[in-house]
Design a protein around this ligand. Structure first.
Ligand code: PAF
Length: 317
């Protein structure tokens, strides 16, 4: 077994970390945790025993990673469940799995956008539910290859009272990886910052079918980015959040578009591979939440409808 990277972590109690969702983010965590720690949860109707893939870390030293698939009921000493499914699939995936998992096991949600995490916390208010907001970048240029495309930071906060009680232990477990992880008291503000970045980058990359950096030069982006930031600002104010000005929101979006210029966003990738996008949990969430709070947010509605037309998937309403 690989030694923990930080000698201060030598005290961390070893156990298994289950991961639900073997996409790019799930594979990044599985490859980064100490050898033998991670297990992928087998999805309903699957008989797979192992998941084997090539992993290219930031230093470029590609290696093969093998992660065992298991059923929740068969694993003893589970320390954490990481949920790295796409936002639209999360609730149903957990409904299939959680009853087999001891109620004290902390569940850490990694979904993009907003809404799916709150749905999970509402369904299981008596479980330790935590949420992570990460800027780690991972992608799968081919099904058998996972690339750690950019170093980031992962902030973890609690969504339920029991989540709060195990926050620090969950962070210690995650920090056994090579990734930078910290506890965050104001996770809501972090989730909003990421929502703003996703709302300002993802739909444009999907509609224009281009990498993140290219949107900045496109007329569609240039026409809508200021009214979009104005809508995001209005909603943040209405939510009672600490809202940066629309100009600051645009600068944040553009800083991320520059620093990830060559990356394919998760939404563009979903469109290219014919999967349901997370638009309902990004611009769609903003439009719906605005409506609930008495705000009409037409740019978010237009972007939501336009992305849905690309994939033809049904609306949340
Ligand atoms: O969803 C994504 O792809 C990422 O969150 C982001 C920030 C747009 C970078 O690619």
């Amino acid at each position: 077994m690989r030694a923990p990277h930080d000698p201060n972590l030598a005290q961390v109690r070893q156990g298994k970390i289950l991961i639900l969702g073997a996409g790019a983010m799930g594979r990044l965590w599985a490859a980064s945790l100490p050898l033998g720690t991670a297990r992928f949860l087998r999805r309903a109707n699957s008989v797979a025993s192992d998941c084997q893939y090539y992993f290219r870390p930031l230093d470029g030293q590609q290696r093969t990673v093998t992660v065992t698939y298991c059923d929740a009921a068969d694993v003893v000493d589970v320390r954490l469940l990481l949920v790295t499914t796409k936002a639209p699939a999360t609730l149903a995936a957990l409904q299939d799995q959680l009853s087999a998992l001891h109620p004290s096991v902390p569940v850490v949600l990694f979904q993009n956008g907003m809404g799916s995490q709150q749905e999970v916390a509402r369904h299981w208010p008596d479980r330790p539910i935590l949420v992570a907001s990460t800027t780690e970048a991972a992608n799968r240029p081919a099904p058998e290859m996972t690339v750690h495309a950019g170093a980031g930071h992962t902030w973890v906060g609690a969504l339920t009272p029991l989540g709060q009680a195990c926050l620090h232990e969950a962070v210690e477990q995650l920090a056994q990886s090579r990734l930078t992880v910290s506890a965050e008291a104001d996770i809501h503000q972090r989730l909003w910052r990421k929502l703003v970045v996703n709302a300002g980058i993802n739909p444009f990359t999907a509609l224009l079918d281009c990498p993140n950096g290219e949107i900045l030069h496109q007329p569609l982006y240039r026409q809508y980015i200021d009214p979009l930031c104005e809508e995001l600002y209005q909603l943040m104010v209405r939510e009672g959040l600490d809202a940066p000005s629309p100009t600051e929101l645009r600068s944040t979006i553009e800083a991320v578009a520059h620093s990830t210029a060559a990356n394919t966003s998760s939404m563009r990738s979903d469109v290219l591979t014919g999967q349901t996008t997370e638009i309902d949990y990004i611009n769609g969430y903003v439009a719906r939440r605005g409506q609930e709070l008495g705000l009409d947010l037409p740019v978010n509605r237009m972007l939501t409808d336009s992305v849905k037309m690309l994939t033809n998937h049904s609306s949340l309403g």
